[in-house]
Design a protein around this ligand. Structure first.
Ligand code: 3AM
Length: 187
């Protein structure tokens, strides 16, 4: 089962991100846009993991998340990987106003390694993927739009859980199904 750990987004944040996608669409015709229901903040991609490993991983993570502080998050600015000049992955940034998103990511990483997964090689760049450009080329209009499109203001939100998602890839894009929801902090 191909899975990842993510933080869910409140509906008003999803709505704001869809508005941004709509504003960018005239400048980007070769983009696979993330469907509204798929918008999320990835903490750790796990890849193909078997059931015993998931059980071990979620048990460890559930224990450690209980001691963690739920971070207060807000959406902040548009960006692109690998760069604004050569946009490949279009994203909205995310800023942590209080609590520590990085330490949540470390807990996810520790649980993954404890369950036997190899360490994540890439540094953590928290982002909300809006779309992926299918053809890799310079697109000055898109770069300009990324610099000049405003994200509608949204309220900051508390990330109160980490979800384990199954990802099934298909011709119409990935289908994500939540398999487990692990609460952050003591309730
Ligand atoms: O939508 P974002 O960018 O948050 O890019 C994939 C997506 O992240 C990432 O996992 C999330 C859910 O699919 N992903 C997919 N394959 C990956 C891989 N091989 C990967 N991340 C790292 N390595």
């Amino acid at each position: 089962m191909r899975t990842f750990l993510a933080i869910d987004l409140p509906d008003p944040v999803r709505a704001a991100l869809v508005q941004v996608q709509d504003a960018l669409k005239p400048e980007a015709n070769a983009v696979s846009w993330t469907r509204r229901e798929n918008l999320h903040l990835t903490l750790r991609f796990l890849g193909n993991v078997d059931v015993p490993m998931h059980v071990a991983l979620t048990a460890t993570l559930e224990d450690t998340l209980r001691e963690a502080q739920p971070p207060l998050l807000t959406v902040a600015g548009l960006g692109a990987f690998p760069s604004m000049a050569r946009p490949r992955v279009l994203y909205a940034g995310i800023t942590c106003l209080s609590g520590a998103l990085d330490s949540l990511q470390r807990l996810a990483e520790n649980a993954a390694q404890h369950a036997g997964l190899p360490p994540e090689a890439s540094p953590f760049h928290p982002h909300l993927t809006l779309g992926r450009v299918r053809y890799h080329a310079r697109n000055k209009a898109l770069t300009h739009a990324l610099h000049h499109t405003a994200i509608p203001p949204t309220d900051a939100f508390v990330a109160d859980a980490v979800s384990l998602y199954e990802s099934v890839l298909g011709p119409a894009g990935p289908v994500y199904t939540r398999r487990k929801r692990l609460r952050i902090g003591c309730w």
